[in-house]
Design a protein around this ligand. Structure first.
Ligand SMILES: Nc1ncnc2c1ncn2[C@@H]1O[C@H](COP(=O)(O)OP(=O)(O)OP(=O)(O)O)[C@@H](O)[C@H]1O
Ligand SMILES: [Mg+2]
Length: 266
């Protein structure tokens, strides 16, 4: 059975997509069969892995068709899940892409059956093919995020090392508790991840301390530095390992992947 990790924080621009893409790529580079799921209508994860063209079907159709389990055949879902660009030579990585059309799903599912469990159903159907499933969540606490938390085994919360970055964390922890009591009792917090850390800036150190206070014993040792290569890579449609393997960003996400594997084994 795969381990499903959701990358969640309803605050925008904190490094969710950068973390989802690069953690998934590093796990795949470490020869773990990995599925990267984009459940954000902004579709940044899809674009960052070189999927720019309009696809016939994406996660929107997959979430619609899982209302009916007979329709949600593994075969049909496997067609919506795509291998990444073959030039990347990442045979262990697949992606379930998104597109802006996903934004209309929430309205369409207002009264639909199993509306919180659609992503869970997709994952149940395909997880036997993977070791890890990484989900990039949208910057909101909407139905897509509820589907994400319901489908996940654990949550990684990226926290940007900036002032105001802890705003909203209490609300997120509350939502996680609600999902634990109603939809997914075994959901765990994998850890908070410090992102865009700047060693020259004392504010980064202060925020790191505050995050350690908010997530006692649950902050990753791996810290993601502010690194211009991480910001540049998506505009080339590439993950950091392929854009600049020598960069501090590559090293940091490789460390994170190794830490995730250690936790799973330990
Ligand atoms: N460690 C980093 N160093 C430098 N730039 C970064 C780093 N992490 C992310 N960025 C840049 O910061 C911006 C926001 O990052 P990202 O898209 O990963 O955040 P997000 O939480 O997914 O945003 P959203 O809430 O809109 O989905 C992007 O332009 C990204 O390239
Ligand atoms: Mg994002």
């Amino acid at each position: 059975m795969a381990k499903t990790i959701a990358i969640c924080n309803q605050k925008g621009g904190v490094g969710k997509t950068t973390t989802a893409v690069n953690l998934a790529v590093c796990l795949a580079a470490l020869e773990k069969k990995t599925l990267l799921i984009d459940i954000d209508p902004q579709a940044n994860t899809s674009q960052s892995t070189g999927i720019n063209e309009t696809l016939d079907e994406d996660i929107y159709e997959a979430l619609i068709l899982t209302e009916n389990l007979e329709q949600a055949t593994v075969e049909r879902l496997s067609r919506i899940i795509k291998p990444v660009n073959p030039e990347f030579k990442l045979d262990y990585l697949s992606i379930l892409p998104s597109s802006p059309g996903l934004a209309k799903l929430e309205m369409e599912l207002v009264n639909a059956a199993n509306r919180e469990r659609r992503l869970q159903r997709i994952i149940k159907a395909v997880e036997a093919n993977y070791d890890y499933i990484i989900i990039d969540a949208p910057p909101s606490l909407n139905l897509l995020t509820i589907n994400t938390l319901t489908a996940a085994n654990s949550v990684v919360v990226p926290v940007q090392c900036e002032y105001f970055s802890l705003q909203g964390v209490a609300e997120l922890l509350n939502t996680i508790k609600l999902v634990q009591s109603n939809l997914n009792p075994s959901l765990k917090i994998e850890g908070a991840l410090l992102t865009m850390y700047d060693t020259r800036n004392s504010l980064s150190k202060q925020v790191a301390e505050e995050v350690r206070g908010n997530f006692p014993g649950k902050v990753f040792n791996s810290i993601i530095p502010r690194n211009v290569k991480l910001a540049e890579a998506p505009s080339h449609g590439k993950p950091i390992l392929l854009y600049d393997i020598q960069s501090a960003g590559s090293q940091a996400y490789m460390n994170l992947a190794e830490e995730v594997l250690e936790t799973a084994n330990g």
